[in-house]
Design a protein around this ligand. Sequence first.
Ligand code: ATP
Ligand code: MG
Length: 186
Amino acid sequence: MTIPTEHTDPARRHVESVVIVNTGDGKGKSTAAFGIVVRGVARGWRVGVVQFIKSGNWRVGEEQVCRDRLGVEWWALGEGFSWDSDDLSRDEAVARAAWDHARQLIGDGAHRLVVLDEITYPMNWGWIDSGEVVAALAERPAGVNVVCTGRDAPSELVAVADTVTEMRKVKHAYDTGVMAKKGIDY
Ligand code: ATP
Ligand code: MG
């Protein structure tokens, strides 16, 4: 099957890694990121996930299966990140701690895939420095693939990415009052 592109076909080449951004207001950004996690695991990759939004209990589904059955290393806000600041709000300080960890994870080069789930929010709120994120992505070790998710991806993030997909909401069950569903939404 030939995938049509908007451009005239460039010469094809292999790259060691890519940066992917899943953004937009429709459902599927994180789901698609976890789909790539499964692909990476299938290839024997070491995979890390950092979640930048507090998940409460509703994320336990994918977190548990990724950790316990797929051997994915997983860090979620609200557990495991300590902070030491009197000037910042707790949420902001924890988001920064999560970013410090994610930056290290990317820079170390030990993981072939790093997912930064919902990272656009702390970037847009000014809690973590978009310039730092972009620099870490641009300077990443050659073999480290990164997937970023979240609405309203900042333009600098879009610029540094290889593949950017905007999930556009055509309909969402939530808008008609349907509650989030186990197995579908979490
Ligand atoms: P998912 O995790 O299902 O792939 P997502 O990552 O695209 O969703 P988020 O904004 O992270 O979207 O959504 C978090 C939660 O809100 C999920 O349970 C998701 O199913 C739900 N959701 C996603 N898009 C919408 C929407 N447009 N309206 C209402 N709820 C949504
Ligand atoms: Mg999401």
